[in-house]
Write a protein that binds this ligand. Structure first.
Ligand SMILES: NC(=O)c1ccc[n+]([C@@H]2O[C@H](COP(=O)([O-])OP(=O)(O)OC[C@H]3O[C@@H](n4cnc5c(N)ncnc54)[C@H](OP(=O)(O)O)[C@@H]3O)[C@@H](O)[C@H]2O)c1
Length: 267
């Protein structure tokens, strides 16, 4: 297991790498974890889940604010600071009314993207009024919605699966938003994984037991474990939380190969 220690100097180097400059010295755990995101070129998708020991991301009533510990939250904010856009589904906006900004670390907040297929947002949500990063809303071209304050609304022709994640990423790429964090919830992340579009999946586990409530990824049921994803995985001790860094597309993500779960031991 890698112990994550983040100094101001290392974080500054990662922010420089994010701007396309600087050279990587991938020896320390922080660089090993974040350089693939900061230094990604072209399309790169990371999904992140903050969950309890029993695999829940919220209570049955949708309370999710304190699932992750402080270091898990700092990790999430670092991920936000390293991407161009952060995507959430309408369920997350309804449950959390999130700001999706970078507050716990130095760095710019990403463009905020909401998948609102049926045009359910009513414009009262905080992120339309907080003066933060730009907001983009994806809707079905068949949905009739109201004008949302200050937001760009992109209408996509729906497919059998709803809004095709490929179409969402293509529309973002046309706006130079290539590095994307899919932050939740379970159904939105699942659609990007099922479409084969997630390069890295980060699962941060906090020592809390909720007992019931939704899980972090809502993929279609499988009959046997032979159909399960078994990504190459490295494990990081964040402090308050333990992070599983899963390479879902290893050939693009970092050169890691194979189909095994692996706990790497730092030399
Ligand atoms: N702990 C964490 O890391 C974390 C992070 C974020 C959110 N959360 C929690 O997760 C919960 C919300 O999760 P959720 O799964 O209910 O909501 P969600 O994923 O935010 O949104 C789900 C809704 O968006 C629709 N949707 C998503 N992608 C779509 C697409 N490509 N095309 C068409 N429709 C699409 C879904 O439609 P379908 O029903 O048709 O699939 C569903 O109606 C909340 O309790 C929130 O607090 C936790």
């Amino acid at each position: 297991m890698f112990k994550l220690e983040m100094s101001d100097a290392t974080w500054s180097r990662l922010l420089v790498l994010r701007q396309g400059a600087g050279e990587g010295v991938p020896t320390e755990a922080a660089y090993r974890l974040y350089a693939p995101i900061a230094g990604a070129t072209g399309r790169f998708v990371i999904a992140q889940v903050g969950q309890s020991l029993d695999g829940r991301i919220a209570t049955p009533t949708g309370d999710a604010r304190d699932v992750s510990g402080q270091d898990g939250l700092a990790h999430l904010h670092r991920c936000r600071a390293l991407v161009d856009a952060v995507i959430v589904g309408i369920g997350t906006v309804r449950a959390d009314d999130p700001r999706l900004s970078v507050r716990m670390v130095k760095g710019a907040s990403p463009v905020r993207v909401i998948v609102d297929c049926h045009a359910e947002l009513d414009g009262s949500e905080s992120l339309f009024h907080d003066g933060g990063a730009p907001v983009i809303v994806f809707r079905s071209a068949r949905a009739k919605g109201i004008v949302l304050p200050g937001a760009e609304v992109i209408s996509l022709e729906p497919k059998a699966c709803g809004l095709d994640p490929h179409d969402i990423l293509d529309a973002l790429a046309q706006r130079n938003l290539d590095r994307v964090l899919v932050e939740g919830g379970a159904r939105t992340i699942a659609r990007f994984i099922a479409a084969g579009l997630v390069d890295r999946l980060h699962v941060a586990i906090s020592p809390i037991i909720i007992g019931s409530g939704p899980s972090g990824i809502a993929l279609s049921p499988i009959e046997s474990l032979a159909g399960a994803y078994r990504p190459v995985t490295e494990v990081y001790d964040l402090g308050s939380d333990i992070l599983f860094d899963c390479a879902l597309r290893p050939q693009r993500a970092s050169g890691r190969q194979g189909q095994e779960i692996r706990v790497a031991n730092e030399a």
